[in-house]
Design a binder for this molecule. Structure first.
Ligand code: NAD
Ligand code: UDP
Length: 345
């Protein structure tokens, strides 16, 4: 029989978090969306204002949390390399102090808790495709380490809270996911390329574009989150969630140019430090334990994402200036401003 739960979503105003809130509400649950609005946006959850089962809590996960809930999804953390490297110490705190705070809450409430981990725990992987048993190849002192090591430490904390205190945990290792509601200045490759193509700006490829990624559409991923959270308690190990179709970054650029009909040219910028050369999930564990597999091909997901950005850019909405330069030296790149209207070359 269906029982409506009270569910805390940290990072609920972010790209993935806002879709997760939608999905939980659609199934009849109560949702508390906790966010400090660092990279999230009120506009992502604007349509939920006034919803009788939806609440926003402005809060930072690095500060202990007081709430009464049945389940917790911990998504709070900037996910774009541009954003998480802007304040690396805060990124580590968000991952580590944040994990302790949500786990303490789960322990006190005996609530089940889900961690949004990442394919970055594999670093620049030497095993391909990446299986969950692979321990990874991470540079602990590089520019990406605040995120990679922060997420690895969070996984450690999740498993230690499980072993030491019996907390019921779920850990998803998420591979590159894209879709509507990404910020136009997000800095990640899909949003950068689409916004650049729609504006007729140069498409910024880092390195030669031969590095690979496997792109999952947001709807598929959220279905995976829900399946993992609702899975039986013996589904304990981390589970990769992502789309195994692998593309080079150059192929992605060509596809975006073709789909937008843009006359943007491609420019080659330096490759950021420790940028993984290849990435593709082995999703056999998700298939066998959750019965989950992605269904949205890249072209279809991109079509929806292009339509979203096209609408947004046509409306001249306030945004930050696009931060499309990789950080090499800890430089801060976020500057406020107004996005230009869409301008196809
Ligand atoms: P996002 O940046 O859009 O969302 C992150 C949200 O967390 C934002 O709303 C932000 O304001 C909030 N936040 C950040 N620091 C916080 C803090 N200290 N306290 C409270 N809120 C805070 O990113 P996203 O793509 O939606 O990613 C969500 C989660 O999934 C992140 O934990 C990320 O590491 C993980 N993940 C995402 C991807 C992906 O491809 N989208 C891949 C791997 C892992
Ligand atoms: N990238 C790029 N141009 C951009 C943004 C990113 O070539 O404007 C590359 C980046 O160097 C990486 C890949 O695209 O190799 C994916 O980058 P993203 O920031 O989306 O996520 P990552 O997988 O690196 O966390």
């Amino acid at each position: 029989m269906f029982r409506s739960k009270r569910i805390l979503v940290t990072g609920g105003a972010g790209f993935l978090g806002s879709f997760l809130c939608d999905s939980l509400l659609a199934d009849g649950h109560e949702v508390i969306c906790l966010d400090n609005f660092h990279t999230g946006s009120r506009s992502n959850v604007q349509h939920l204002h006034g919803h009788p089962r939806f609440e926003i809590m402005r809060h930072d996960v690095t500060v202990p949390i007081h709430a009464e809930v049945d389940e917790i999804f911990n998504l709070a953390c900037p996910a774009s390399p541009v954003h998480y490297q802007t304040d690396p110490v805060q990124t580590v705190k968000t991952n580590v102090h944040g994990a302790i705070n949500v786990l303490e809450l789960a322990r006190r409430l005996k609530a089940k808790i889900f961690q949004a981990s990442t394919s970055e725990v594999y670093g620049n992987p030497l095993v391909h495709p990446q299986v969950e048993s692979y321990a990874g190849n991470v540079n602990p002192i590089g520019h990406r380490a605040c995120y990679d090591e922060g997420k690895r430490c969070a996984e450690t904390l999740f498993f230690d809270y499980h072993r030491q205190y019996g907390v019921k945990i779920r850990v998803a290792r998420i591979f590159n996911t894209y879709g509507p509601r990404m910020l136009p200045d997000d800095g990640r490759v899909v949003s950068n390329f689409i916004v650049q193509a729609l504006r007729g700006d140069p498409i910024t490829i880092y390195g030669q574009g031969q590095q690979t990624r496997s792109f999952c559409f947001v709807d598929d991923l959220i279905r995976g989150f829900r399946a993992l959270m609702d899975a039986p308690d013996d589904v304990l190990l981390p589970i990769n969630l992502g789309n195994p179709s692998e593309f080079t970054i150059l192929q992605l650029a060509e596809l975006v140019i073709e789909m937008t009909g843009s006359r943007s040219r491609v420019v080659f910028n330096p490759l950021p430090q420790d940028d993984p050369e290849q990435r593709k999930p082995d999703i056999s564990r998700a298939a066998s334990q959750l019965g989950w597999a992605p269904t949205v091909p890249l072209r279809d997901g991109l079509a929806q994402t292009v339509a979203y950005f096209d609408r947004m850019l046509s409306q001249r909405v306030p945004t930050h200036v696009a931060a499309s330069v990789p950080i090499q030296s800890g430089a801060r790149l976020l500057a406020g401003g107004f996005a230009a209207t869409r301008g196809l070359a």
